[in-house]
Design a protein around this ligand. Sequence first.
Ligand code: NAD
Ligand code: TYD
Length: 355
Amino acid sequence: MILITGGAGFIGSNFVLDWLAASDEPIINLDKLTYAGNLHNLQQAQSAGSRYQFVKGDIADSTLVGQLLDANAIRAVVNFAAESHVDRSILGPEDFIQTNIVGTFRLLEAVRAHHKNLSSDAAKAFRFLHVSTDEVYGSLSKTDPAFTEDKRYEPNSPYSASKAASDHLVRAYHHTYGLPVLTTNCSNNYGPYHFPEKLIPLCILNALAGKALPIYGDGQQIRDWLYVKDHCSAIRRVLEKGALGEVYNIGGWNEKPNLDVVHTLCDILDELSPRTDGHSYRTQITFVTDRPGHDRRYAIDASKLERELGWKPAETFESGIRKTVRWYLDNTAWVDTVTSGAYREWVDKHYGHRS
Ligand code: NAD
Ligand code: TYD
């Protein structure tokens, strides 16, 4: 049985659903259910019966984690749990330090204690996979080569700094205690169940609601986009075949300036769900004050993962973004569950003061 943390969030819930579809092995999902955790994401998991179990709790609760590991003979942990939004980390870094650094540390301690008590065969087979981000590597200029696994860490936001700290702890637990760890650093994800505080779902939902599509600064910042199901398949591959202590970058070679991404979203919406007045959704694009310390460009070199583990993404940006827009158009009930009180408060707080 495997334990995943943060499985009620965007990527974690996609991982749970894909895992249940691809494998007979049972999965336990430990999630604190912060604003970003949503059990509606996991409705389809209910049909898996006893193969899927949800536990509400904090990765920083070592006692709870220890009990879950021991009572269920867990053979692998995949750590998705984190505070994940850069803008929130700028307005309030404390939760990021608590969950991403202290939480990961406590989780590692519980896993270390569990690992020590395993039989030698079970200890050899055990894995701790830490899910991280390309943002730990810092910002690239237009002409810099894409991030390889050797790139120096240069995190620039409280979010990326806290993820960088967690990556270092995971590395240290391997070198110091021999914990069998794997780390993945992935580029920006998009797809179903993406919480609409992030660029792509925010713009889809704002467009349909007739609201502004807020572009920070000049909109020429570049992100490297990967369809979430491809991230999940890469994690499954690393879990199965990754070499202990190694780091694997995950990406799909899809660098796009933010403004191009939003233009693409508008064009797909113009085709699939045109405005009644005949105008393009592009007319809703609004340039707003830039994010402080905004990283200019991220780009992932994923050739190690392809060369050593034979992984490649299944979706291009064009196919994945079309599927994503379709998903938001088809899942209005889910959208209603996430655009409730707490979400509206955030939008008011964050965009209220921006010009
Ligand atoms: P998310 O914010 O959508 O979900 C995070 C989940 O973690 C939520 O369900 C939340 O309730 C849970 N959680 C938060 N604090 C917790 C705690 N202390 N204990 C237990 N659960 C807790 O995030 P996401 O976008 O799904 O990202 C998942 C992971 O992938 C994160 O570690 C993130 O850094 C990493 N990542 C994300 C992206 C991306 O584009 N979203 C890209 C690369 C890496
Ligand atoms: P985001 O989805 O928050 O992901 P990250 O900051 O982790 O890359 O933002 C993606 C890009 O879009 C980033 O360059 C910031 C920009 N952005 C906007 O221009 N407007 C917005 O309203 C948001 C949320 C993001």
